[in-house]
Design a protein around this ligand. Structure first.
Ligand SMILES: C=C1C[C@]23C[C@H]1CC[C@H]2[C@]1(C)CCC[C@@](C)(C(=O)O)[C@H]1[C@@H]3C(=O)O
Ligand SMILES: O=C(O)CCC(=O)C(=O)O
Length: 274
């Protein structure tokens, strides 16, 4: 009897996490090495110092010829804006689930609240909640502020205003990086900046809740960004991993830095060089 029960316990693999969130073993590989990626200081470039600009573009070129990831500091974004954005995001994800579900993602779009993308997938669900919204520079209206008011209600106008400012700051930083990418590729330094000037962006807030069985789940599954450029600020918990040199490597958080990575669209825009 004892043995039988023992065998049952072994073969049933009893765990707490629902099966939809359990990832295949081949995806659950822990990174043990830190990614070799440059920390690019943008202060000189922003001040118009040509030597510092060339130095920054060289670091970016090396990173983009290798794995496409680099970090930027002294980027000109007010660190208090980042802190305020986190405070508002914390309040948003702490809302009761019924209130969050009222802002659920509109089918066929990327915009709104999503709980593990459970409305889109039925297995290998990411262990995260997300809130995504569009941004485009529009002098006629504050697109982000209005989005928060229309999806979460008038009480979220202040939060919308914070993310309106945050998205404007991200767009400004993105265009600066597009200039450095152009210089690094030896093309007209305004080429990509002009191309993306009027473009729209996806802003996504990610909340990765604690998990009782972290070795079975992933906050976000392995992927390449299909977009052109991703600007990511990590909180101090960490967990971001990048697949480079045929192994997963960690990107430790740096509170004053943004992690930048080029996506598939930019690879095409560089004619496959990056
Ligand atoms: C354009 C996008 C779609 C996703 C967010 C951005 C860039 C990465 C994509 C994603 C993260 C890749 C993994 C699956 C995904 C569904 C996710 O886990 O969030 C993807 C995002 C999405 O489709 O919402
Ligand atoms: O958009 C997402 O949810 C994925 C986030 C991601 O890939 C990242 O944080 O690097």
């Amino acid at each position: 009897m004892q043995k039988y029960v023992e065998q049952c316990r072994k073969c049933e693999m009893i765990h707490i996490v629902p099966m939809q969130f359990v990832w295949p073993k081949e995806d659950l590989v822990r990174a043990d090495k830190e990614l070799d990626m440059p920390l690019v200081d943008l202060e000189g470039f922003i001040r118009g110092d040509e030597e510092a600009t060339q130095q920054a573009s060289k670091l970016i070129r090396t990173a983009c010829l290798n794995h496409g990831f680099f970090q930027v500091i002294n980027h000109g974004i007010d660190l208090r804006l980042i802190t305020t954005a986190y405070d508002h995001m914390d309040a948003l994800f702490k809302l009761p689930i019924d209130k969050k579900l009222r802002a659920s993602r509109t089918p066929g779009t990327m915009w709104g609240y999503s709980n593990a993308h459970a409305d889109r997938f039925s297995s290998k669900l990411p262990w995260k909640e997300t809130f995504s919204f569009p941004f485009l520079d529009n002098s006629l209206e504050h697109v982000v502020t209005n989005y928060f008011k229309s999806t979460l209600g008038q009480n979220f106008e202040a939060t919308g205003g914070v993310y309106q400012k945050y998205c404007e700051a991200m767009k400004d930083l993105c265009l600066k990086i597009m200039e450095l990418l152009a210089i690094s590729l030896g093309v007209d330094r305004l080429y990509y900046r002009n191309f993306f000037e009027g473009g729209c962006s996806i802003m996504r807030c990610n909340y990765y809740p604690c998990c009782e069985e972290p070795s079975l789940v992933l906050g976000t599954g392995p992927h390449c960004d299909s977009t052109s450029l991703t600007l990511l600020h990590q909180d101090q918990v960490g967990g971001l991993e990048v697949f480079a040199d045929n192994k997963w490597q960690t990107v430790p958080p740096h509170s004053e830095a943004f992690v930048i990575n080029i996506g598939d669209t930019f690879t095409a825009l560089s004619n496959g060089k990056y």
